[in-house]
Design a protein around this ligand. Structure first.
Ligand code: NAD
Ligand code: TYD
Length: 339
């Protein structure tokens, strides 16, 4: 394993993973293959652009010819697939693009993995494929119970990976991660949205009663977990990847305001997301048996994240002042306030 194709590497987790790999594996070459959708951003990779071990190729994972060309040109032996449409709320507005990228795009990459005989194909998946779990924790064998077009598309991608393992012997592994937080997260996801709104004294749009729970993990912990599975995981296996600790959205919002010295009156309840999953919770014993542990508690992760957005306003102000973001915000939030 030395020539890695990192698809979706200009997005949030993918770009953190590129940093992680270049910092920890001096002998690896990294090729980022990314379509640069609204969520892809070369600013996320500006620290590594001069690194001779890093190459950027703009391309679509649904374009088999472009994928084969990059595989051939860079003698790729490992694919790590982060490329996806990723936001649940957008999947409610336009499910078709999610099916295209997250299912069809995964199929195109798997075909390339088969054709070029890669050492490993690693799929980045999500705890959302298990659906909401009101009690207990999801283990890797649990049935999938998806409820949003996003999670259904991700589950489709996972199942295709397992099919390519069983049918064609492609050495796939899958990690199902919980919610990530940290640097370079597009501010449509709740944590960077709330932090950047709070900095500007804009209300924090909290869905429903705010008692929904998520396992918020620091993105670099997630990257270390992916690395552990890439190097020590067994082909054909799925690994849950989270802290195993859940936090209510209302408590996350309050802590952000506390860290920024802002009043709780900034929290604005709004009508709930349709089909909003109340709780995700992972059983992570399988990945822990590889020696991986999450390094940050929720509080430490959130504090580091808040500090990054305070210190890197150049990064998110450019995004939030753009026409695409403003249109999205209006479409998503206008008129949803609850008294
Ligand atoms: P993101 O939306 O920040 O980035 C997605 C990246 O994929 C962008 O750079 C985008 O340009 C690229 N992309 C989209 N469609 C593409 C295509 N057709 N071809 C090539 N590139 C394309 O997403 P993220 O939050 O970094 O998530 C990365 C992966 O991790 C996704 O597969 C997601 O499902 C999974 N995941 C995310 C979280 C989370 O909390 N963010 C948690 C668990 C799993
Ligand atoms: P999100 O960041 O969209 O991730 P996901 O839905 O994939 O877990 O949302 C995290 C939680 O925050 C989820 O319970 C929905 C909630 N939420 C809000 O309360 N307000 C918002 O504006 C957003 C985007 C999310």
């Amino acid at each position: 394993m030395k020539n890695l194709l990192i698809t979706g590497g200009a997005g949030f987790i993918g770009s953190n993973f590129v940093h992680h790999i270049l910092e920890t594996h001096p002998d690896y070459q990294v090729v980022v293959f990314d379509k640069l959708t609204y969520a892809g951003n070369l600013d996320n990779l500006k620290d590594v652009t001069r690194d001779p071990r890093y190459t950027f190729v703009q391309g679509d994972i649904c374009d088999a010819e472009a994928v084969e060309q990059v595989m051939r040109e860079h003698q790729i032996d490992t694919i790590v697939n982060f490329a996806a449409d990723t936001h649940v709320d957008r999947s409610l507005m336009e499910p078709g693009t999610f099916i295209q990228t997250d299912v069809y795009g995964t199929y195109v990459l798997l075909e390339a993995a088969k054709k070029f005989g890669v050492e490993r194909y690693h799929q980045i998946s999500t705890d959302e494929v298990y659906g909401e779990v009101m009690e207990g924790r999801s283990s890797e064998e649990d049935r999938l119970h998806t409820r949003s077009p996003y999670s259904a598309s991700k589950a489709g991608g996972d199942l295709m990976c397992l099919a390519y393992f069983t049918s064609f012997g492609v050495p796939v592994t899958i990690t199902r991660g919980s919610n990530n937080i940290g640097p370079y997260q597009y501010p449509e996801k709740v944590v960077p949205l709330f932090i950047t709104n709070a900095i500007d004294d804009i209300p924090l749009p909290l869905y429903g009663d705010g008692t929904q729970m998520r396992d918020y993990q620091y993105v670099r912990d997630h990257c270390e977990g992916i690395d552990a599975v890439l190097h020590q995981g067994q082909p054909g296996e799925i690994y849950n990847l989270g802290t195993g600790v859940e936090t209510r959205n209302i408590d996350m919002a309050r802590l952000i305001l506390k860290l920024l010295g802002k009043p709780e009156s900034l929290i604005q309840p709004i009508t709930d997301r349709p089909g909003h999953d109340r709780r995700y919770a992972l059983d992570c014993r399988k990945i822990q048996s590889l020696g991986w542990r999450s390094r940050h508690s929720f509080e430490e992760a959130l504090e580091k994240t808040v500090r990054w957005y305070v210190d890197n306003q150049w990064w998110w102000r450019k995004i939030k002042s753009g026409a695409h973001y403003e249109e999205y915000y209006e479409r998503q939030y206008a008129g949803r306030e609850i008294d």
